[in-house]
Write a protein that binds this ligand. Structure first.
Ligand code: GUN
Length: 293
């Protein structure tokens, strides 16, 4: 029988741990962590993500500010705003919600954020530091997945891991995190992507499979060996007449057929998603403490 990895429950535990730390900071008259999220345009999914982040900040006692900019904002206006926040000592962490409109360069935006305030861990300085094992902000989803595996005491050292999807935000940093020579690493990682011809051949031998492709129900039972651990990062919105919002989230894993073959599996929603936000909170707390990064 497989065990569900309950990301929501773990995330709630960690939020409580963070809330306790914030209460302690308050008691000692220290600075309350402050996260700023910049949201450009009115993309529905981005609105939802940012409002979840704001609620999570409230819940643990952080200050949070959402700065909304019009879809038509120029690249320079956005870069100027980031530069202003870089110099504002009241702001500990800053995120610019992606994706951005086509006329704005994501690269320029990410590189303009002060790496010490880059709590998304997207800046090349943070990615570079992470790769060589220096203290850094690690991007939220990979950090959340590693934390989930740790809290469920799932051994990764010496295991074969297949990561499917090579985005800068999830697949690529995660493949490095799992293989690093650190206290929780040392896995043998294969990073699969759209040009990998034989994903099934590779995934069906893996002890741990992490799917971050953004293709609904991509991973099917024939791609998974008995007893594997499966982590689903997918969040595709599909129309549904059974929910109030008119849509529901589905993962990259065909859960019903894959789960019976697994030892552990994450659901969607309630698996990786809640852990992503918690990682962002942890990074913001770290930033407010000006911990060396
Ligand atoms: N868009 C999708 N995921 C993320 C994330 O983790 N951070 C930001 N800033 N944008 C995103």
């Amino acid at each position: 029988m497989y065990q569900i990895i309950d990301g929501k429950n773990v995330a709630n535990q960690i939020k409580q741990e963070i809330a306790d730390e914030v209460a302690d900071i308050k008691k000692k008259g220290g600075k309350i962590p402050h996260l700023v999220a910049i949201l450009v345009g009115t993309d529905g999914a981005s609105e939802t993500y940012v409002s979840h982040k704001e609620k999570a900040c409230e819940r643990v006692g952080f200050r949070s500010t959402i700065v909304r900019m019009k879809e038509s904002v120029t690249e320079n206006e956005l870069l100027d705003k980031i530069a202003e926040f870089n110099h504002d000592d009241d702001i500990d962490g800053m995120i610019v919600q992606l994706p951005l409109p086509d006329h704005i360069s994501e690269h320029k935006v990410i590189e303009t954020i002060n790496p010490k305030k880059d709590v998304d861990g997207f800046h090349p300085v943070n990615i570079g530091r992470m790769v060589i094992g220096f203290p850094s902000y690690v991007s939220a989803t990979p950090a959340g997945i590693v934390e989930l595996l740790k809290r469920y005491k799932i051994e990764i050292s010496g295991k074969s891991c297949v990561v499917i999807g090579r985005s800068n935000i999830v697949g690529t940093p995660l493949s490095i995190l799992l293989s690093r020579k650190t206290s929780y690493g040392n896995a043998t990682v294969t990073l699969c992507h759209s040009r990998t011809p034989n994903i099934t051949e590779l995934s069906s031998k893996a002890d741990i499979i992490i799917v971050a492709m953004g293709k609904a129900r991509f991973l099917t039972a024939d791609m998974v060996k008995e007893g594997a651990v499966v982590i689903d990062v997918g969040t595709t919105r599909i129309k549904s007449d059974k929910t109030k919002s008119g849509w529901k989230l589905v993962g990259d894993v065909a859960f019903d057929e894959v789960a019976p073959k697994c030892s552990y599996i994450t659901p969607v929603p309630g698996g990786v998603g809640p852990m992503t936000i918690v990682s962002l909170l942890k990074n913001t707390l770290k930033a407010s403490r000006k911990e060396k990064n």
